[in-house]
Structure formats: C-alpha cells, structure tokens
Ligand binder design. Structure first.
Ligand code: BEZ
Ligand code: FE
Length: 260
C-alpha cells in the first residue's frame, strides 16, 4: 500500500472516529473502557471475528458484488478432496436434517465450467466449526470437490440451523452491552474457483430462517437464499439409500472471467 493510500484511508478513519467521539461527547471513563476492551479483544484472539462481523460485508460488496458474500473467520485451507458421490465428511451420528445440494458452476456469461472446484465448509448443528473450535473431529463438514463435465455437482450434507457467534469472550460481551443478538442465519460456505476465473467467495442461506433479516454480520443477499424441498416418502428415501426424510435444493454459482 502506498504512503498516500495509507494517509488517505487511515486519516479519514481517524477523522470519522474523532467526529463520533465529539458528537456523542465520549467521557474519559468510556475512552478507557474502549481501550481496555480493544486490548482484551486482541488477547482473546477475537480481532478476526470482530472485523468480519462489523466490516467485511462492505469490503466484500465493493470487491465481489452480486453472487458473493463474506468469507468469515473460519475458512481452513487443504480440506480433504472428496470422491463422488460427494458427502461432506461427518460423524456417523452427525446431528441435523440431511440436505442434498445440487447445482451448476457457470461463467457470468452462462457457460458451464467443467471441473470447477468447490471448497465447502459449515458449522455443525451445535454451531462449532471443525479445526478452529473444540468438538468436531478434524475437517468435519469441510471438503473439496469438482463440478463434472457439464459444470454440475451434487453433495450431501446437513441443513445448517441458525448459527450464533462463539460465546464467552469480548465479542459476546460487546453485543450484550449494546443489546444486540449474536445470530447469523444458518449457512453453507463456499469458495468456487476455476482456471481463468476470479474465485467466488460466498454462502448459501435458507428460506424461513428467522435471522435472514437481522444477520449480525450483515452478509445475506437475496440471490443467496434458497428454498428447501422436503422428501419423506419411503420410495424417495430408499432411492437415496436414506433411512430418514431429507431436503433438496439447488444453486447456480457464477464466476467472473479474469481480465486479459
Ligand atoms: C461465519 O460466517 O461463520 C461468520 C462470519 C462472520 C463472523 C463470524 C462468523
Ligand atoms: Fe459461517
């Protein structure tokens, strides 16, 4: 980053924070409480959580736009490559309803992209992400797969219920102090990539989730909200080799060709 860019952006941030301090007549007690809070936020390792909740959505909108949304703090590289038929790695007794997500990866011009890579991750039904939180085994509900020759894919996972941020640290303390809830709608994360295209970072949400309109991370876009279809007939379950009802949905990911 150039000296000029740092001076412009950081200078403006400093000015705007000073304006807010002025406007709200912040006291010395409040100033010291904020200083103490920010130190504790760092000590607890919650800076990525704080920044991704409050600011990533704006950076994302400017840099990706339609079809994309925030990455959040819980991506882990090198998730296992899956074999067809794709099933996201999970425990034998993984909690949650079975979800079969199918779809296509296309260019923004509409052409299917054979072999596109989908790197997928999600929290378990208790809101824990494997590899970054205690609980699930390594790489649980994380995996990489490719679209077929028609740009199509299908993967079995679980329907993610509404999600709350990790509790017990400075982030929860701030949300409580402001009287704000700490929920995000349930979601599936993806990074979709292919040679010659800009990787798409996104998430999928589901109709009916009570937090679609009040996501604490402000990262829901209408084109990312899918409807779920329930399948509970014995024939459908048998056809899928499942012993319980399941849900299906589908989505089309669109990748931008890289310039040049
Ligand atoms: C998430 O998508 O899981 C997430 C996003 C922002 C902050 C915390 C979590
Ligand atoms: Fe998430």
């Amino acid at each position: 980053m150039s000296t000029e860019r740092v001076a412009t952006v950081v200078g403006d941030l400093i000015k705007r924070i000073n304006d807010a301090i002025d406007e709200h007549e912040v006291t010395y007690d409040e100033y010291h409480a904020a200083m103490n809070y920010l130190i504790r936020l760092g000590e607890a390792g919650e800076w990525p959580l704080f920044l991704d909740v409050f600011f990533e959505h704006t950076v994302e909108r400017l840099n990706q736009g339609e079809g994309g949304t925030i990455e959040g703090p819980y991506y882990v590289p090198d998730a296992p490559w899956l074999e067809r038929p794709y099933v996201l790695p999970q425990r034998d007794d993984e909690k949650g309803d079975v979800l079969i997500l199918s779809g296509t990866v296309r260019s923004t011009g509409g052409r299917p992209i054979p072999g596109a890579v989908l790197d997928m991750w999600q929290a378990d039904a208790d809101t824990y992400y494997s590899n970054v939180q205690e609980g699930p085994p390594p790489y649980n509900l994380r995996g990489r797969m490719t679209a077929d020759d028609n740009g199509e894919f299908e993967v079995r996972t679980i329907v993610p219920p509404s999600y709350h941020l990790p509790r017990g640290g400075p982030m929860e303390e701030l949300l409580n102090a402001a009287g704000w809830h700490d929920f995000r709608p349930g979601h599936l994360h993806f990074i979709v990539s292919a040679d010659g295209y800009t990787p798409l970072i996104t998430q999928l949400y589901f109709e009916g989730d009570r937090y679609l309109d009040s996501d604490v991370a402000s990262a829901v876009k209408p084109e990312l909200v899918l409807s779920l279809r329930k399948h509970d007939s014995p024939e459908e379950m048998e056809e899928r080799g499942l012993k319980k009802p399941f849900f299906t949905t589908s989505h089309e990911f669109r990748l931008k060709p890289q310039d040049g």
